[in-house]
Design a protein around this ligand. Structure first.
Ligand code: AMP
Ligand code: MG
Length: 360
């Protein structure tokens, strides 16, 4: 894959009117697909603080006590409640944070972790290191200080944090000061984890595990917010179409990815959760180096690769790094990337040029 920076192209925004992903209707419905008694299950629901859209192609055989789409929702809710959420007190992340927060006498806190959390954190730490800390899930204090997720959801009043507060929160950031040793995590007292940058990608990995284990599911596309997994194939053999949201025209699409088989797609954008104060956009992707929303010139980054966690982690890291370093990072992982600057300039890997179309 060649770095396409030298071929920087200025493109105007294009509007794509076609609705390409499952979007309407909150309930499950069934439609026949003709081929070998395969039926389509479509469902739209919420989990992990976002919208989950599913289209599953299911072979009608055997007795089922639970629909496949309901099983997917159960997996996502369990992942959030038992493992990833820092807001739900019983989750593993919340328990790690509680231990790290409330042992003021200790400078280093040792916390037991599950094998699955160890595996997740090991992968994240590698991407943090490869991105020179652009991705750093130890920024929990900083993300809570800005609280852009809450402010964008209009459940709190937003005020720009003061410089002193930012500096104080930044003292507790630092993946490189956290040790993963066997069954424990050693972290400086005060460090707080926020796995928001990777949670929806991990969710896609869990969903694909379920899809693979199911003998009835022949194809699926599942979107957990900005992270999507495609799996198997459609009964008519046509490719999956995954639309990428337009970063500046609400309700419109920037373009469409055409994919066959299993892929993981994640988009990070400054239009997802943000507030505007005096004409300045404060969005939810933070630069751990400055302690403020990332100002890399990018407004949207889409990654396509063969792991949900990786796609999600890379989309956030590349957003923070900006076009040049972002492209290089994605390429070092063999991932396809589409990076969009605020003026509409797009940068993409060579493989992305083959799968992305502005005009489907
Ligand atoms: P995403 O939408 O996947 O790019 O993730 C954004 C979310 O990840 C935010 O809502 C924060 O919770 C968290 N976050 C923001 N900036 C970073 C960063 N630089 N590194 C790790 N997590 C981040
Ligand atoms: Mg992400």
């Amino acid at each position: 894959m060649e770095n396409k920076l030298e071929n920087k192209k200025r493109k105007s925004w294009k509007i794509i009117y076609r609705q390409l992903l499952v979007a309407a209707g909150a309930s499950l419905f069934l439609t026949g697909c003709g081929a070998a008694n395969i039926r389509q299950q479509s469902a739209v629901d919420t989990a992990m603080g976002t919208i989950v859209s599913q289209t599953l192609y299911v072979r009608q055989e055997g007795e089922q006590t639970e629909s496949e789409s309901a099983a997917v929702m159960r997996i996502l809710t369990k992942l959030e409640e038992q493992e990833l959420s820092w807001r739900i007190a019983d989750s593993e992340v919340a328990q790690i944070n509680a231990l790290a927060a409330c042992e003021p006498e200790e400078s280093l806190v040792t916390v037991p972790i599950s094998p699955s959390m160890r595996e997740i954190l090991a992968q994240i730490w590698q991407i943090s290191s490869d991105s020179q800390g652009a991705l750093d899930v130890t920024l929990g204090r900083l993300s809570r200080l800005w609280n852009l997720d809450g402010a964008a959801a209009e459940d709190t009043v937003f005020s720009i944090p003061g410089e002193e507060q930012i500096q104080s929160a930044m003292r507790d950031i630092g993946y490189e000061r956290v040790q993963l040793t066997g069954e424990t995590l050693e972290l400086p007292q005060g460090v707080q984890l926020d796995l928001g940058a990777v949670g929806k990608g991990i969710a896609c990995d869990r969903v694909s595990g379920y899809l693979r284990d199911s003998s009835r599911i022949t194809g699926a596309v599942v979107a957990v917010g900005g992270s999507v997994v495609t799996y198997g194939q459609k009964p008519d053999g046509s490719p999956w179409k995954v639309a990428i949201m337009h970063p500046r025209e609400e309700g419109n699409y920037l373009g469409v990815l055409t994919l066959k088989g299993e892929h993981y797609i994640s988009t990070s954008g400054d239009y997802e959760r943000y507030v505007t104060v005096d004409g300045v956009r404060y969005h939810h992707i933070l630069d751990p180096a400055t302690g403020a929303p990332a100002r890399s010139g990018l407004c949207s980054v889409t990654i396509v690769c063969d792991s949900g966690l990786q796609a999600d982690a890379l989309s956030t890291a590349c957003f923070v790094l900006g076009p040049e370093q972002g492209l290089a990072l994605a390429q070092s992982y063999g991932a396809e990337a589409l990076l969009v600057e605020e003026d509409g300039t797009m940068y993409m890997t060579e493989g992305m040029e083959d799968i992305f179309s502005e005009n489907p």
